[in-house]
Design a protein around this ligand. Structure first.
Ligand code: FAD
Length: 269
C-alpha cells in the first residue's frame, strides 16, 4: 500500500493525488547520455492520447510514497511507446531515484496528458516561421513536434535551437538528423542550430537572450525574428525562459494569449 502521493502541480505546489489517476507502466529502455542526462522509454497505454508538446506526470515509488513530476513527452503522438528525456538533480526527490532506472522497472503514469505548449494554440500570426528554443531537457517537446507531419506541412521555415553547456550534453543530435529525414523529407526550410555555452570555439556559445539581443542567432539562422510571421516556443529552466522572453519582447514580439501573439513557453520549475 502506498501511504501518500506527493506531486507538484502546474504551479509547482505540492498536492495529494489519488492512485486511481495512474496506470502502472513498464520501462522498456534506458539510455544514459552523461552522468546527469538520460532518456527512457516505457509502455504506452491505449487510453493515453496526447498532442505533440504536451507533458505527462510520472510517478515513482520512493519507500511508501509516490513522488510525481511533470515530464515533457519526446515521442511522436503516433508512437506505440512513450519516451522521456531527464536531468539528474543532485539530491532531487525524484531524479536522484529515477537515475537508477532499469529495464523492466515500473513507473506510474497519470492517465491524462497536460499542457498548452502545442502548435494548435497559434491562430495569429498565421504559421510561417517556427523557432523552437530549448535548453537542456527543454528539447523534449520539440522532438515530439518534429515527429508530427503536421508541423512540417504548416511551416515554411523551422529553426530548432538547442542550448547546452558542453558538446557531450548535445543529446539527440543524431536522432534529430534521423527525424528530419523521416518526417521532413522534401522540406527545405529546416535548420538545427546548437549553442554550446562552455565552448568558446562553438559557432554560438553565449546564452540565448544575449544571442537574440546582439542579433547573432538571426545571423546564423539567415532570417529575422518578426512579430508579423514568427511563432517562438521556449522550453527549459525558468531563468532562461524569463530572460529569453524579455529579449524577444524587446524585439517587439508578444506573448501568445487566446491564440494571438508570438511567444509560448513551458517552465521546468
Ligand atoms: P526538483 O526538486 O523537482 O528540482 C530541483 C530544481 O532543479 C528545480 O527547482 C529546478 O530549478 C531544477 N530543475 C528541475 N528539473 C530541471 C530540468 N529538467 N532542467 C533544468 N533544471 C531543472 N525535467 C526533465 O528532466 N525533463 C522533462 O522533460 C521535464 N519536463 C517538465 C515539464 C513541466 C511542465 C515541468 C513543470 C517540469 C518538467 N521537468 C522536466 C522538471 C521535472 O518535473 C522535475 O523538476 C525534475 O525531474 C527534477 O525533479 P527532482 O525532484 O529530482 O528535483
Amino acid at each position: 500500500m502506498l501511504a501518500c502521493y506527493h506531486e507538484r502541480s502546474l504551479s509547482c505546489h505540492v498536492e495529494i493525488m489519488s492512485i486511481e489517476k495512474f496506470s502502472l507502466e513498464k520501462v522498456l529502455s534506458v539510455h544514459r547520455w552523461t552522468n546527469t542526462l538520460f532518456s527512457f522509454t516505457m509502455t504506452r497505454p491505449a487510453h493515453f492520447k496526447f498532442t505533440a508538446g504536451q507533458f505527462a506526470r510520472i510517478g515513482l515509488k520512493v519507500g511508501e510514497d509516490l513522488v510525481v513530476r511533470a515530464y515533457s513527452i519526446v515521442s511522436s503522438p503516433f508512437d506505440e511507446t512513450l519516451e522521456f528525456f531527464s536531468i539528474v538533480v543532485p539530491d532531487g526527490a525524484f531524479t536522484s531515484n529515477l537515475q537508477h532506472l532499469e529495464v523492466t522497472d515500473e513507473l506510474y503514469l497519470e492517465k491524462v496528458p497536460y499542457g498548452f505548449l502545442t502548435l494548435a494554440r497559434y491562430q495569429l500570426p498565421l504559421p510561417q516561421d517556427l523557432w523552437l528554443l530549448g535548453t537542456g531537457t527543454g528539447l523534449a517537446p520539440f522532438l515530439s513536434m518534429l515527429q508530427d507531419f503536421e508541423t512540417w506541412q504548416k511551416y515554411q521555415k523551422i529553426n530548432l535551437v538547442y542550448s547546452v553547456r558542453t558538446e557531450a550534453e548535445l543529446a539527440y543530435a543524431d536522432r534529430i538528423t534521423e527525424i528530419v529525414e523521416m518526417f521532413g523529407e522534401g522540406h527545405t526550410g529546416f535548420q538545427f542550430i546548437p549553442i554550446i555555452t562552455r565552448d568558446p570555439h562553438a559557432q554560438l556559445h553565449e546564452r540565448l537572450p544575449v544571442l537574440i539581443a546582439n542579433g547573432d542567432l538571426e545571423k546564423v539562422a539567415g532570417f529575422t525574428l518578426n512579430p508579423e510571421t514568427s511563432h517562438v516556443m521556449l522550453c527549459g529552466n525558468p531563468q532562461m525562459v524569463d530572460d529569453t522572453k524579455d529579449a524577444l519582447k524587446a524585439r517587439g514580439l508578444t506573448m501568445n494569449r487566446r491564440g494571438e501573439g508570438n511567444i509560448a513557453v513551458e517552465n521546468y520549475c
